[in-house]
Design a protein around this ligand. Structure first.
Ligand code: ADP
Length: 398
């Protein structure tokens, strides 16, 4: 069965068509600037990338262009819509309602809508994608795969904040965690690589992309993760601050004459390694480049980033009373050997001994970067959220 995987944002839509049996990507692409003008990037497997400007006033037109591209006589990869058996949608926030993926029904859509408050930038856009697909592909089963679902196994002691209990009761203020599809996919893969049963390992996953989070996966279940009610908590990220003293908000608000919206904008968009580096960049290629040229702020930004990751690893080793393996994934985790080396330099006490050659070698590909026989093994494992969504979708519609 071919499965269309959709990741819908407010003005963009990423897609992949995946043969769920062979797990081959038949085509992939991206619609951008939806509601502004519109641009479609489409690439069939083994074919040329095509970029075309197309009017996309809404997501419905965008999905129609995706379907047209996939079924195009010359460059398409299927003959008709009937060859698309199901659609898997990435949904960011499932609140406490969804601990696993589900087939989308009217009730599911309503329940997702009820989580809009918790992810106002993402969930409404995700739902627009669902509705556009329903309109153009009536009768095709749709599945919702939630970023938060994998972390629903966290115990209360991990997800409750030290706040008045009534905020949890009234507003469901608690830790949810994100990137769940990725944490689940790479932790499972690491167990496979180690030839161990997934429900018998203690794994710490470092998903280090533009957004970044760490998770503690004990016997196949997430027991803690660094992102919280929103993706702002935890690690220092591309432009997000991660953990700070909450009193800084009032202090800076007064000094800089900012309201809550202004402060949130600073914490989400102007902080992280971007802010720390004095605005050089949020991209680690630029930061390592600037550091190599002697830029002090770029160096500090990278040091703070790695130190925070190492502290979370220490915390999660404590939470699980040990750790068998640590996995680096996503853009930075898969590619930036300098960050991995820095992080591992704090982990000798756990029994991590980095193999510098292996660490340099593995970029964007799977490999082990600790020396043979290490007590705690460290892996680079490329994440593949689209494939994970296709697998979940297949399992539910089969
Ligand atoms: P997201 O999905 O959160 O946008 P990614 O997982 O794609 O993030 O990671 C994006 C980040 O990864 C970039 O900002 C960049 O810092 C880093 N990155 C990606 N590829 C490379 C590379 N080849 N070399 C160095 N850094 C990279």
């Amino acid at each position: 069965m071919n499965i269309l995987v959709i990741n819908c944002g407010s003005s963009s839509l990423k897609f992949q068509l995946i043969n769920a049996e062979s797990e081959e990507v038949l085509a992939k692409g991206l619609c951008e600037r939806i509601g502004i003008d519109g641009r479609l990037t489409y690439q069939p497997a083994g074919g040329e990338k095509e970029i075309s400007e197309k009017a996309m006033p809404t997501h419905t037109e965008a999905i129609q262009f995706v379907i047209d591209a996939l079924t195009n006589e010359k460059t398409g990869v299927v003959k008709s819509l009937s060859e698309i058996g199901a659609v898997g949608h990435r949904i960011v926030h499932g609140g406490e309602k969804f601990a696993s993926s589900v087939v989308i029904t009217e009730e599911v859509k309503k329940a997702v809508e009820e989580c809009n408050d918790l992810a106002p930038l993402h969930n409404p856009a995700n739902l627009i994608g669902v509705e556009a697909c329903e309109k153009l592909m009536p009768g095709t089963p749709m599945v919702a795969v939630f970023d938060t679902a994998f972390h629903q196994t966290m115990p209360e002691k991990a997800y409750m904040y030290g706040l008045p209990y009534e905020y949890y009761e009234k507003y469901k203020v608690r830790r949810y965690g994100f990137h769940g599809t990725s944490h689940s996919y790479v932790s499972k893969k690491a167990a496979e690589v180690m030839e161990k049963a997934y429900d018998e390992v203690k794994t710490i996953v470092c998903h280090l992309g533009n957004g970044a989070s760490v998770s503690a996966v004990l016997n196949g279940k997430s027991v803690d993760t660094s992102m919280g009610l929103t993706p702002l908590e935890g690690l220092v990220m591309g432009t997000r601050s991660g953990d700070i003293d909450p009193a800084i908000m009032e202090f800076i608000a007064q000094k800089e004459n900012l309201d809550i919206e202004g402060i949130m904008n600073v914490l989400n968009k102007k902080s992280g390694v971007f802010g720390l580096s004095g605005g050089i960049s949020s991209d680690f290629r630029d930061l390592t480049g600037a550091m190599a040229e002697g830029d002090k702020k770029a160096k500090i930004a990278l040091e703070v980033f790695a130190y925070r990751v190492a502290k979370y690893i220490g915390a999660y080793a404590a939470a699980m009373n040990g750790v068998d393996d640590i996995v680096f994934t996503a853009g930075i985790g898969e590619n930036v050997s300098y960050v991995r080396e820095q992080v591992c330099s704090y982990l000798g006490y756990l029994g991590v001994e980095l193999d510098p050659d292996a660490n340099e070698k593995f970029r964007g590909e799977q490999g082990e970067i600790t020396k043979p026989g290490c007590k705690v093994r460290v892996f680079v494992i490329p994440t593949n959220e689209e494939l994970a969504i296709a697998r979940e979708t297949l399992a539910l519609v089969k």
